[in-house]
Design a protein around this ligand. Structure first.
Ligand code: ZN
Length: 81
């Protein structure tokens, strides 16, 4: 995931932010459990492992294992900022 996104691109993409989590300021990753076969891929999110949020250098649990649910949560957070 690129650490830097030009501002002009952000402006053009805000309409799709709910569909594409990389365009919001909060990003999601999966913290796979030890026995999960996908434990090398933080972006794999169909295995039911806990979802974590990250914004800047802060990380916290989304308190759900459901990626769609977590996306909804961060879209609310990002609207409120
Ligand atoms: Zn997993």
């Amino acid at each position: 995931m690129p650490a830097y996104t030009p501002r002009t691109q952000v402006a053009q993409r805000t309409r799709n932010q709910v569909l594409d989590s990389t365009q919001t300021s909060t990003t999601l990753s999966t913290r796979h459990l030890g026995k999960c076969p996908h434990d090398k891929d933080r972006n794999y999110h169909r295995c039911g492992c806990p979802v974590w949020c990250q914004r800047n250098r802060k990380r916290w649990s989304a308190e759900t294992n459901d990626w769609a649910e977590a996306l909804k949560l961060v879209s609310i957070l990002d609207v409120r900022k």
